[in-house]
Write a protein that binds this ligand. Structure first.
Ligand SMILES: Cc1cc2nc3c(=O)[nH]c(=O)nc-3n(C[C@H](O)[C@H](O)[C@H](O)COP(=O)(O)O)c2cc1C
Length: 258
């Protein structure tokens, strides 16, 4: 092959491609485990934040996270019946592609089209074995994007413990403020259900009455706020965790405080 020929140029380019592809493939395969561990830890941290066991910006390693999960019972809930499926494996249920139900348009207030038939819920207990916090996964549409989060209730199953949004594509500084701990702190202690047991939390425009179930709106982001209201209303309602929370109340022998 001549020192400077077209075929030599192609051969060098092809060789380079193969070497680069190999490097990328090896990096991808060798980092896969670490990526999955980080993803799992990130999820645990967000659940612990919703449970109030970690501060909003606090980070922990996997062993500390595991310690904080010691008093947590992770259960699979059948949304329609509101019962716990003791035989289902939480890790498997989240990967099951057939684990879904289509929603009727009239029921789909969170604009998500479908929901899992069975989903994973986290029950945190204190040292005496009393239920302290229930962490529920929530998903719904904001203005631009799908909002993914966790909503939690105190052991009375009516007072809001926390709300955490860990993934969304709303505008930073506007709708993106839903993941700002200063705003999410406004949810703490708000009664989630009215006297008839219906979901009552609402993000309103302007400043809310502290004694009500209203939450201050985010200025310039009324539409994302509406998405958050719809999301929480859906998941606390009859098609979401309503039946499960009713069963849990009956089990705990406690009536919700209104
Ligand atoms: C570039 C741009 C990005 C916006 N992002 C959001 C957003 O993420 N969430 C939101 O509710 N409104 C967003 N808005 C504003 C909405 O269009 C709408 O005006 C707003 O929700 C109304 O809220 P307000 O009544 O509090 O002003 C954005 C507007 C612009 C121009």
């Amino acid at each position: 092959m001549a020192k400077e020929s077209i075929s030599r140029t192609f051969a060098v380019a092809a060789g380079l491609c193969v070497v680069c592809a190999l490097i990328v493939a090896i990096a991808s395969v060798s980092l896969k485990g670490a990526q999955e561990r980080n993803k799992a830890l990130d999820k645990q941290v967000n659940i612990l934040r919703a449970a109030g066991l970690l501060q909003p910006t606090e980070k922990v390693d996997a062993s500390r996270a595991a310690e904080l999960f010691e008093n947590c019972k992770t259960v699979v809930v059948d949304l329609e019946s509101g019962t716990i499926d003791e035989s289902a494996d939480p890790a498997e249920i989240e990967k099951d592609p057939n684990n879904k139900i289509k929603l009727d348009k009239a029921d789909d207030i969170a604009s998500i089209k479908e929901i899992p038939a069975k989903t994973v819920v986290y029950l945190f207990y204190d040292e005496t074995g009393e239920l302290k916090t229930v962490v529920l996964p929530i998903v719904g549409s904001g203005l631009w994007s799908v909002l993914y989060g966790f909503f939690s209730l105190d052991g009375d199953l009516n007072s809001t413990a926390n709300i955490v949004f860990y993934d969304h594509g709303e505008t930073p500084g506007l709708g993106g403020e839903i993941s700002n701990p200063v705003w999410t702190a406004k949810w703490k202690g708000k009664k989630a259900f009215n006297q008839n047991g219906e979901p009552a939390l609402r993000v309103i425009k302007g400043t809310a009455d502290p004694a009500s179930s209203d939450i201050d709106g985010i200025s310039g982001a009324t539409l994302t706020g509406k998405g958050v209201t719809n999301t929480v209303t859906f998941w606390l309602g009859e098609k979401g965790f309503g039946p499960f929370l009713k069963n849990l109340r009956a089990q705990n022998g406690s009536k919700s405080e209104n």
